[in-house]
Design a protein around this ligand. Structure first.
Ligand code: IPE
Ligand code: IPE
Ligand code: MG
Length: 257
């Protein structure tokens, strides 16, 4: 796996065509509250406007040929927000799935949800399952919604799964390796993010994809999430293309270059 990462990193781009878009892009959609507050509006209005930016981002990802788009929609820590804000966000998620699922399905988008499932509202759980089941065989963009997601929580859940197998004798502790841990995470079915974008100028992960981000490129945009659009995504991809991914290796200059 490490060899493959290095091989990918050293694949030379010959400059004769467009550089390839990152396969897997993840976005920390931040700044809804500030967008609203700067307009004298309640924070909830920012979340409403943020849903439009979600639609724009999914559409743009499809147009640009991004294979996997992960959107951080609600963290395991976001339950600490005021009850009315949490209930507005829950309501918007329900509306988004009800209104947009058919269109996403028509576009061939496959929806997957990551995050803990045991402590989410009982009316939301079946909607998430419906979105995953309906779109299971779709093959265009994979839209991963991180909902009730926290990276530390995900790692704890993965560790418990592995520990249970060790306790029952199904595996030996010395069999545990990086691939086994990756395979026990919610993201087991797809590759790690090549590019992680965070809007709103904040420069932190806030408990997002910490294991998976080991070799991701980070792009921090000043724009607030409700203002995010295809141009902002293209801007982030351009910055990504200016980076030199080395995966801990060194780049050897080509003979004659
Ligand atoms: C992101 O916007 C949406 C969620 C975390 C659910 P915020 O609500 O965090 O907006 P700011 O950071 O307060 O501006
Ligand atoms: C991260 O944003 C979570 C989501 C975007 C869903 P937060 O606004 O919750 O993060 P902090 O509190 O600024 O670190
Ligand atoms: Mg925030």
């Amino acid at each position: 796996m490490a060899e493959q990462l290095a091989a990918d990193a050293f694949q030379e781009f010959d400059g004769s065509s467009q550089p390839p878009v990152p396969e897997n892009v993840a976005i920390i959609m931040d700044g809804n509250g500030r967008w609203a507050q700067s307009r004298g509006l309640p924070r909830t209005q920012g979340h409403r406007k943020g849903v439009e930016a979600v639609r724009a981002a999914v559409r743009a990802a499809g147009e640009l040929g991004i294979k996997t788009l992960t959107l951080f929609s609600f963290s395991s820590e976001n339950w600490n927000r005021p009850a009315d804000e949490v209930s507005e966000i829950m309501g918007l998620l329900k509306i988004f799935i009800r209104r947009d699922l058919a269109d996403l399905h028509k576009e061939g988008v496959r929806v997957s949800i990551i995050g803990a499932r045991d402590n989410i509202p009982s009316d939301i759980k079946p909607l998430l399952e419906e979105a995953e089941n309906l779109t299971r065989n779709n093959t265009s963009t994979r839209l991963v919604i991180a909902f009730n997601y926290g990276s530390r929580d995900e790692i704890v859940r993965a560790t418990k799964k592995i520990a249970e197998k060790a306790a029952s004798g199904e595996l030996k502790p010395e069999d545990i390796d990086q691939d086994m841990i990756s395979g026990a995470l919610d993201t087991a079915e797809w590759s790690d993010p090549d590019l992680i974008i965070r809007t709103s100028g904040e420069q932190r992960l806030s408990n997002f994809l910490m294991w998976q981000a080991a070799y991701s490129e980070f792009v921090f945009l000043d724009c607030l999430w409700p203002d995010f659009d295809k141009v902002e995504l293209q801007n982030a991809i351009e910055i990504y293309h200016s980076r030199d991914r080395r995966y801990g290796g060194v780049k050897v200059a080509k003979a004659g270059a």
